[in-house]
Each structure stands twice: as C-alpha cells, then as structure tokens.
Design a protein around this ligand. Sequence first.
Ligand SMILES: [Zn+2]
Length: 314
Amino acid sequence: MTDVFFQDYLCGITCIDTMLGRRGMASCYLIEQDGMLGFIDTGTNNSVPIMLEVLRRKGYDKEQVAYIMPTHVHLDHAGGVGGLMKEFSQAQLIVHPRGARHMIDPTKLEAGSLAVYGEETYQRLFGNLIAVDPLRVIHAEDEMTLDFNGRELLFLDTPGHARHHYCIFDKVSNGLFTGDTFGASYPQLNYGRAPLIFPPTTPVQFDPEAWTQSLKALMSLKPERVFLTHYGMHEGLSDLATQLRLTIKDYAGIAVEYAEHSNRTERIAEALLQASVDHLLDQECGVPESQIRDWLVQDMTLNAQGLDFWLSTT
Ligand SMILES: [Zn+2]
C-alpha cells in the first residue's frame, strides 16, 4: 500500500492526496453528509486503493458512496472514475454533458491523453481507462442541483480550462469545488507574502474570455473558500481571483509574444516558468529556485502546449 495522506477540513469535507507525480500536486475530495458519501474528482486508476484506504480508516462502507463527481474528464481528475465505479456498486456518476461519452467509451480520451503525455508517461501515470455503464451516468446540466442527503450541491458549467468542466457550490461550507477553473496553487510554494496561483492551460480547450466569465460567475456566489484539485483549501478569494484573472491575460500575452518563433512551445514554457520563479522569489517564498523549477516544470510544459494549441486555433 502506498502512503495515504488526507486532511479533514470543515463540514464533512476531506482533502485526499491522489499522489500524482509528487505529494501535494493533485487531490480529490470526500464529502460526507449524515452517512452519505461522494467523491469530487478521483485522481487516476492508481489512486483507487488510496480512496479505499481512506474509507477504511474512517470506518465507512463502500455502499455509502452514492456519487462520483469528476469536475471534468482530464485524467488527473477523472482517470479513476471507472475504477471507483467498479468498487462502489451503489454509486452514480455525475459528469458534464460534454464529458459523459468519454466516460462511457474512453477510447478517444485515452488517445487524446496519449498524444499530450507520450506513451511512457501516460502508462506510468494513468494506465488503461475503465468504461462506465451509461445507465449509471447523470448529466450535470448548468445549474443542476443535487439533494445530497439534505445538503444542496449546485453544479455550474464553467468553461475556460475545458468545455467539459463544471464546478460545485456547496452552501453548507460556503465553498466551491473548482477542479482547475479557479487555477492551481501549491501550498508548499505559498509561504511568502503572496501565493502563486496560475491557470492550468492544458491542451486543448483554453479559452481566456470564457474563463474570465466563469470566474465572474463563481465569485458572484460570494464563496468564502475554494477547494482546488491542485491543491487544497484556499481563502481570501478576491485577491486570488484578481491574480488569476491577470495571469490568464499574461499567459495569453506571452503566447502571442512568441507566436512567430520556430520553437515557440519551448520558448513559451521557459517564459511561463521564469515568470512564476520571479513572482515566488519576489514574494520570498522560502523555496530555492531549483526546487521551484523542479516542482513547476511539468505544469509549465503542459501550459505551453495548451497555449501553443490555442495560438494555432485563434
Ligand atoms: Zn488538473
């Protein structure tokens, strides 16, 4: 059994490290209401034993899991869906209408992810995806509400990072489960004056205008906290939202600046990484530059690939 790291927050919400790549990089959430359980995001196939171990340690039964709720179908969020649905025979899958068919027949999703990550990394991180029975799939239309054992969960269509992305507003915690829509911010890098928060512009559906609109819609709910998949609970949202909005603009600007370069993906990746390093060193984050680079290089490489694709379609 791999190590299991989880942290209980408020209102029956537990953050679980899905151990993707390194500790503190990707999480998912267990939510509990009077004995009913749900997972928001799932990690990958490799994370399934972690979820089972967390349930065991908390003394829950598999039958209590009623819903699996991936915020979108990228594999760091939904790669474990098929495996979890197999384990939890009572569970239904709630997925964005644009993502549903990829959970029912993951062939295309697998091929797309292989193209992004390459064969070796893909197999190590994700492995083969497991198809979900369509009879167990609920499509989360925009503004759908779910009665989660008396607790209202509101699903909102939030394009920008991906067109198959929803966020979930939980009134009880006054919190939003945002997948990648409210950006990524790693706690280990946030010991300085201000955190680093950045938009994961992973291929292939980055849309800066839609993203800005989605952030506006989320903030209009006046949430007090967000639960990021990358990573954990964050408060002080108006500053974070402002910083994220500016960074989305900066990213688009950097992409356009390098648009005509022959090796533009590499140039964009380096520019994004350097901007993050500069920000963190300015904020005296306390982490040496080499470590910052090490922790962010994979994100910035993917971000650059997404921006490169965006340039080729705009
Ligand atoms: Zn992600």
